[in-house]
Design a protein around this ligand. Sequence first.
Ligand SMILES: Cc1cc2nc3c(=O)[nH]c(=O)nc-3n(C[C@H](O)[C@H](O)[C@H](O)COP(=O)(O)O)c2cc1C
Length: 255
Amino acid sequence: MERSESRQVQRDANPPAAFADNERLRTYLEIASKAPMEPAPENRLETRGALAASRGFLATIEKRRSIRQFSNKPVPFELVENAVRAASRAPSGANQQPWTYVIVSDAAVKERMRAAIEREEYETYARRASDEWLAALAPLGTDWRKEHIVQAPYVAIVFAQVYGLKKSEAGIVKVKHYYVAESVGISVGFFLASLTHAGLATLTHTPNPMGFLAEILERPENERAYVVIPIGYAAAGARVPAVSKKTLEQILVTQ
Ligand SMILES: Cc1cc2nc3c(=O)[nH]c(=O)nc-3n(C[C@H](O)[C@H](O)[C@H](O)COP(=O)(O)O)c2cc1C
């Protein structure tokens, strides 16, 4: 059977009416068919404009590197706030938007985070990490010392809401969240892209473990620290590991 033919058969076999005997699905379709709809936002560009926009964005994103030395040059807060706004536009499982962006600029809080992070990182480098892990890290030249936490004007700590909390007559109840890790990962991608677009430097830092961050930042029980992102301008003369990216041929498959 031709591929297109089999698809046709598949579609024909599955019209909603075929499930008329399924009460649960009938109820679902009844509700889903009444979901309020609105016009999709207009974002189409003519080809020349599209190519220019696409190439411009690519040129910007190609300048993104993980920066580990920051200048103390102040950063307008709106740049960070807009990046959180951009992050909030990410798609998410069932539109549950299971993320919280905590932005720290207070020197004392940054110092506490740095001390706790360095304690954990020291354990990782000295004892917890396997030889294989250390071998993967060595080309990056990183170690347990995390001065960037206090150097960068802002540190974003992104929390994943592993479940929601909703007020009900019975009090606060838990709401199951779907695809949390995928959703938060996409949102963080938007966040990093927005900051990069604004000429800022970032580091994607995942101290391991990072449970202590929820304590320091007094986050609710449903939130788990997902990533720590120092934000600022790169220090003059900042250096990055000379690593390469996979080529398009290695990562792009067309059929
Ligand atoms: C999920 C994730 C976790 C990371 N954790 C750390 C980290 O804990 N410390 C660090 O210095 N870099 C960390 N990085 C940065 C990577 O080392 C970096 O992205 C990689 O070496 C490529 O370099 P580039 O970001 O400059 O392109 C992390 C990156 C990702 C995506």
